[in-house]
Ligand binder design. Structure first.
Ligand code: ZN
Length: 506
């Protein structure tokens, strides 16, 4: 019995590896599409991508996979190993979710997404919501069906079923409990900053050639611990990180000649995602849940930590400014650490989420979290989305939205059919602030190490506590294990309040 079921476990991990390998080929194709592909290849690339995703989906929903999972579930010896047990638990979860969606629904969602995305691009360009409205209507209806297929957890709501795709184990009610008090603390903080008036941006308008910025970023990314032998940095309009195999995690960034801070922050963000992927145990366990990212929120906590807690700190600038001055000479010669620090922490309400600062960003997310639930429940008609959006922007950020392009048409997510995704960004900020406190408690010299350009202590701590477990624990449990407390709004509020008080003299 033992031999037969042990081999069921080996067969299971081999199958998971095979499925993940197909997935990784799809990722390589899409990375190439975003970075190097000649424009005329687009048509056939779509065919290649859909062939790969079909293969991967067939593997994921193959009844034989379900049988192997069942065999492992009833093997007490395999179950007595906590890591193997977690692998089986997560494989079961993935299999059940994948098989709960009827094929015709999956096909309809895929087809709708590619057409909706084209409609969205056109609508955004013309700043005309009515062109996207029927597609959003359709995406909301499809998401409702998808959520019904997944099933509403006991005592939960329809939105829970969608959130589970992106932040497993987190419920809508949990998110509300976190976002409510966060909003109450952020609103007066942002109001105080706005009232104080803008601080001068001493880093703005300094012309730094792109190839020099590139050199600077490669040095910074290497110094913080992004393994460039298993990665690379390319240039795209919309930066991303893509991990396509055990030793291949690539990032992209964007450049602005007049604003070197943008490329730096973007690169640190994507490198943070990449270092998480590089810290997962993929070499030995590729395809197994234990070697996969636990949730989008945790993923985002890693990118934000390097971008914000590290990259926007005074200690970081004490190390990075001399390097930047040397490489980007002579553009930054008279810039001081205090000026660079202040310039990277300017808080200013903005129409666009992705251009927003650390504090106001979260209000953008809460808006989306609320409007998505209203659309899904039917309490808000899709045609009323722009008016609702603009009202809320006025209340929360004091901004008058002048057109749909800078309002409800700015994000790609809904066109792709991704509803339930947005909250993970702010959850990432919350996890990040809480992990950051734990890291500083564990390493009292962390800030002085950073000022010396020593980042390996932090990276090792993240590897050990957050990266290595993969999906062994759900995100809320991981948080409690690492920080001793459930996820809370407090650490992020305290972090922002104390930093902004200092910079803005509140
Ligand atoms: Zn990110």
């Amino acid at each position: 019995m033992t031999t037969a079921t042990t081999s069921a476990y080996d067969q299971l991990t081999a199958r998971l590896r095979e499925g993940a390998t197909y997935g990784s080929i799809g990722m390589l194709l899409s990375w190439d599409q975003e970075t190097k592909m000649p424009p005329r290849a687009a048509g056939f690339r779509a065919e290649q991508l859909s062939a790969m995703s079909k293969l991967a989906h067939e593997r994921l929903t193959d009844p034989a996979l379900g049988e192997l999972i069942s065999a492992c579930e009833s093997d007490s010896e395999v179950q007595s190993d906590p890591v193997k047990a977690a692998n089986i638990r997560e494989a079961r979860r993935d299999f059940d979710r994948a098989t709960r969606l009827p094929t015709e629904l999956v096909v309809e969602m895929t087809e709708t997404s590619s057409r909706a995305m084209n409609a969205w691009k056109d609508a955004r360009k013309k700043s005309d919501f009515s062109l996207f409205e029927p597609w959003l209507e359709k995406q909301v209806a499809l998401n409702r069906r998808k959520a019904e297929c997944y099933g509403v957890p006991e005592g939960g709501e329809l939105y829970d079923a969608l959130l589970e795709d992106f932040e497993p184990g987190m419920r809508t009610a949990d998110v509300k409990k976190l976002f409510g008090p966060l909003r109450e603390r952020l609103t007066p903080l942002i109001a105080a900053v706005v009232e104080k008036g803008p601080i001068h941006n001493d880093a703005a308008g300094r012309r730094c050639e792109i190839h020099l910025q590139q050199k600077f970023l490669e040095e910074v990314a290497g110094a913080v611990g992004y393994d460039m032998d298993g990665g690379r940095i390319d240039k795209t309009t919309h930066p991303f990180c893509e991990s396509m195999g055990p030793s291949d995690t690539r990032i992209t960034t964007r450049f602005d000649e007049e604003n070197f801070l943008d490329a730096l922050q973007t690169t640190l963000h994507e490198a943070g995602h990449a270092m998480y992927e590089q810290g997962l145990e993929k070499e030995a366990h590729f395809g197994e849940p234990r070697a996969e990212a636990v949730s989008l929120g945790i993923h985002e906590s890693q990118s934000r930590m390097w971008e914000n807690q590290v990259g926007r700190s005074e200690a970081f600038w004490a190390w990075a400014l001399p390097l930047a001055q040397r490489v980007l000479r002579p553009a930054l010669d008279d810039l001081t650490v205090a000026q660079a620090h202040a310039a990277s922490n300017i808080v200013k309400p903005h129409f666009i989420r992705v251009e927003s600062d650390e504090a106001t960003y979260n209000l953008h997310i809460m808006l989306r979290f609320d409007i998505e639930r209203l659309m899904l429940s039917g309490d808000l008609a899709v045609k009323d989305v722009p008016a609702w959006w603009n009202d809320r922007m006025k209340t929360d950020l004091g901004l008058d939205v002048k057109n749909d392009a800078q309002g409800c048409l700015q994000d790609v997510h809904w066109s792709m059919g991704a509803i339930g995704y947005f909250p993970t960004y702010t959850l990432g900020n919350l996890y990040c602030a809480q992990f950051w406190n734990a890291a500083n408690e564990a390493m009292p010299s962390l800030m002085s190490d950073i000022a010396k350009g020593e980042f390996s202590g932090l990276l090792s701590w993240l590897r050990e506590n957050i990266h290595k477990p993969g999906r062994t624990y759900k995100a809320p449990e991981l948080c409690e294990r690492v920080t001793g407390k459930p996820l809370s709004h407090e650490p992020l509020c305290e972090y922002l309040e104390s930093k902004l008080a200092k910079i803005y003299g509140l």
